[in-house]
Design a protein around this ligand. Structure first.
Ligand code: TXA
Ligand code: MG
Length: 311
């Protein structure tokens, strides 16, 4: 994708005018503000209707910008960044005072991500400051995977949206907390557990269970919700799903491709499309074989949190 020079200039102008920027990334669109503009950072929480206890992740142009924001850049962090940055991986590390407590909701750590999307990269290069950016959706709702989704959610007086096409990954980044002698996956994403472990285990940092950790603040159960109730049914065929569902409600079906990468790419657009139908509920068929397949973990995680019924 060619990055239009004047659109980046317009985005920088939007920051100067006190507006936020809808920033395309390879995962989902973000709602961005430079970390050195506290009023704009606060505006992210207001526009998203996001509670202040849910911290923002910070996007960086390159590794050295990340290193400047943390107390210690460990060999494990370095190896993960080398392998997966730029890309859909967020590293949680102890922060320095350069990151305000507003951004991290008072936590001593910060989530850092170096995105791969050319428009995000260009914006980060030209902006000079790292960008705080959560997904550009209203709190608990479905994340946006194209510019039109962001435009539909926010007033242009508040948010300037950069065009960046349809997001390639389609679901949010894998979040890994880097601990002194272990790593912990706080949110699954396209980069899998095994891929993370393959990098960190040789360095003496095995995967640690989330349960042993304090729950990450943003890991609440209700999330990614479409505008209509989503019923997810574990079934191998539509016939089986209908029997298990046993519902009198009018419904619209969501069928995902039998490939985790493609399913992730389509998931949120499918949620939106189904929500716009006249039906009372959306029904998504979950193939039982996806449940024990690591490559499906992130998609299943999003479906579970988006579902009002899991049958
Ligand atoms: O792919 C992504 O990560 C997208 C794009 C825009 O980069 N961003 C994104 O941000 O998904 P957000 O805010 O929607 O989700 C970030 C999650 C939240 O659940 C938040 O609670 C958690 O990361 N988080 C942020 N900082 C954290 C920290 N220091 N410790 C633990 N969890 C943290
Ligand atoms: Mg989000």
């Amino acid at each position: 994708m060619r990055v239009m020079k004047d659109s980046i200039a317009k985005a920088l102008q939007a920051f100067r005018e006190g507006r936020l920027v809808g920033m395309p990334t390879e995962t989902v669109y973000g709602l961005a503000a430079p970390i050195d503009q506290p009023k704009l950072v606060e505006k992210i929480f207001h526009l998203k209707k996001r509670p202040f206890f849910d911290p923002l992740i910070v996007h960086v142009a390159h590794k050295s910008q990340a290193q400047a924001l943390v107390k210690e850049w460990s060999s494990v962090a370095d190896a993960l960044a080398k392998q997966f940055w730029p890309g859909p991986l967020t590293l949680v590390l102890p922060k320095t005072d350069q990151i305000s407590d507003k951004i991290t909701s008072g936590l001593p750590t910060v989530g850092l991500r170096c995105p791969q999307h050319p428009v995000a990269r260009e914006l980060l290069e030209k902006c000079h400051a790292p960008l705080a950016a959560p997904s550009a959706n209203v709190f608990t709702k479905t994340s946006p995977t194209c510019a039109a989704d962001v435009r539909a959610a926010f007033d242009p007086a508040d948010v300037f949206v950069l065009e960046g096409g349809v997001c390639d990954v389609g679901i949010e980044s894998t979040i890994v907390e880097v601990l002194p002698h272990a790593v912990c996956i706080l949110r699954p994403g396209q980069i899998t557990r095994s891929q993370i472990a393959a990098v960190t285990e040789p360095l003496g940092a095995p995967l640690q269970d989330l349960k042993k950790q304090v729950q990450a603040p943003g890991q609440m159960r209700e999330h990614y919700r479409p505008d209509k109730p989503l019923y997810s049914v574990i079934a191998s065929s539509q016939e089986e799903a209908k029997i298990k569902l046993h519902s009198q409600k009018s419904l619209t079906w969501i069928f995902l491709p039998d490939d985790a990468v493609l399913a992730a790419r389509e998931l949120y657009a499918q949620f939106r499309k189904a929500s716009q139908s006249q039906a009372e509920i959306c029904v998504l068929m979950v193939n039982p074989k996806w449940l024990n397949d690591e490559t499906w973990e992130a998609v299943i995680n999003r479906i579970r949190k988006a579902s009002s019924e899991w049958i």
